[in-house]
Design a protein around this ligand. Structure first.
Ligand SMILES: *[C@@H]1O[C@H](CO)[C@@H](O)[C@H](O)[C@H]1NC(C)=O
Ligand SMILES: *[C@@H]1O[C@H](CO)[C@@H](O)[C@H](O)[C@H]1NC(C)=O
Ligand SMILES: *[C@@H]1O[C@H](CO)[C@@H](O)[C@H](O)[C@H]1NC(C)=O
Ligand SMILES: *[C@@H]1O[C@H](CO)[C@@H](O)[C@H](O)[C@H]1NC(C)=O
Ligand SMILES: *[C@@H]1O[C@H](CO)[C@@H](O)[C@H](O)[C@H]1NC(C)=O
Ligand SMILES: *[C@@H]1O[C@H](CO)[C@@H](O)[C@H](O)[C@H]1NC(C)=O
Length: 330
């Protein structure tokens, strides 16, 4: 026997096995790249069948039912948003799923009714065994919880920026207010935003390290670490501070042309005077107030439509295909 109430919030009871789950309809984002981890894809009859499959699987935290061509039901391990490339799809996230012995919560939530939320990826790392996941966190000073990409192994990292050549595009030529709020629908092109980054940085007085990973064409990749990473948000200039650590990319941030302590300029709040570096390059950055502006820029386009990302001290100096910035708490 099966009981269910189906609307934007669905409650599903599988009485025979005493399993139940509640689901909420979530928005779809058109993107070709879904960073969420799937469990499997089944062919099922309808949305309810797909929901039953997700209810029965304790690991399932979200499902997507699509009816374009063949009907498909995709079960996900994580991720609160739903990426679809096209077609007619319905997406639901599981708010709580219970069997006879225990309930499982969305990643990041815990407690008997899933009412509590972890503060950061470090706190989440004590709870999950996967190497990475999309997790909802809520630092002390955050009014709302938000989702971040956490890496748990071999060390705990929080993703604050990701750019990729392979999945769609995103406009990075935005206002300071947008750089504060964060933007990027598909997480493959996402700036978490200074507001959230400050909430994560403010959580602790221990040292934070910034890891910058750059992949260039021909599968070359390199990593730079900046120790003692901090951002000064006190007068909304978001000045960049750090100390060069291990580097394999060449230091185009604090090297021969150092951006240390520089304010973050956007086209509407530009600290480079008549050089207007942010308008010229088409994205926010910690530019110098001179005609060269910078030897690195990772807020550009990645599709050839404008000023592309660059990092002049890269060994290979090739086209940048992928970039990720992570924070690590030491
Ligand atoms: C019930 O769910 C927990 C996790 O929430 C799982 O470890 C356990 O195996 C499940 N029990 C049954 C009988 O499915
Ligand atoms: C973070 O700390 C700085 C300095 O202590 C403070 O100016 C800022 O308002 C704090 N930001 C948040 C989001 O709590
Ligand atoms: C980071 O700053 C602390 C305190 O100022 C200092 O002791 C430490 O050596 C610095 N670490 C690096 C790698 O520069
Ligand atoms: C930029 O540099 C010029 C020339 O040194 C200086 O006159 C101007 O005040 C600077 N602008 C800002 C916003 O710092
Ligand atoms: C960035 O946007 C501003 C405001 O719309 C514009 O003036 C500027 O030309 C743009 N820069 C690039 C490189 O597209
Ligand atoms: C990479 O290209 C830029 C721009 O053409 C140049 O200024 C820089 O010196 C080059 N770097 C290397 C390591 O060749």
């Amino acid at each position: 026997m099966l009981w269910l109430i189906w609307s934007s919030v669905a409650i599903l009871y599988l009485v025979e096995s005493f399993q139940h789950a509640t689901f909420t309809r979530i928005d779809r984002i058109f993107s070709t790249c879904d960073p969420s981890k799937t469990i499997r894809e089944d062919v099922v009859g309808d949305t309810v069948d797909c929901a039953i499959t997700c209810t029965e699987d304790t690991e399932c935290r979200k499902f997507r039912y699509c009816t374009s061509g063949i009907t498909s039901c995709t079960l996900y391990k994580d991720g609160s948003e739903c990426m679809v490339s096209s077609g007619t799809c319905f997406c639901y996230k599981k708010n709580i799923g219970c069997n006879t012995t225990a309930c499982t919560c969305p990643l990041g939530y815990y407690g008997p009714d899933c009412q509590q939320i972890v503060k950061d990826c470090n706190e989440a790392s004590d709870r999950y065994t996967d190497a990475k996941a999309l997790v909802t966190i809520q630092p002390d000073t955050a009014k709302e919880p938000f989702e971040v990409g956490c890496t748990f192994k071999p060390s705990v990292l929080t993703k604050i920026l990701e750019r990729t050549h392979f999945c769609g595009t995103e406009n990075f030529n935005r206002t300071l207010a947008e750089y504060e709020r964060g933007f990027g629908e598909g997480p493959r092109h996402r700036w978490l935003g200074f507001d959230k980054i400050m909430q994560i940085l403010n959580l602790t007085h221990t040292e934070m390290r910034l890891k910058i990973l750059i992949d260039t064409e021909f599968s070359k990749s390199c990593i730079n670490w900046y120790a003692n990473f901090s951002i000064d948000s006190s007068i909304k200039k978001y000045n960049f501070y750090g100390t060069p650590g291990d580097m394999s990319c060449g230091d185009s941030i604090l090297g021969s042309k150092s951006l240390l302590g520089n304010a973050f300029s956007t086209y509407d709040v530009d600290y480079t005077g008549t050089n207007a570096c942010a308008s010229k390059f088409g994205g926010g950055w910690w530019y110098d107030n001179d005609t060269e502006c910078t030897r690195s820029f990772l807020m550009g386009t990645m599709d050839g439509s404008g000023m592309d990302n660059f990092w002049y001290d890269l060994i290979s100096n090739g086209t940048i295909m992928w970039v990720a910035w992570h924070l690590e708490r030491l």
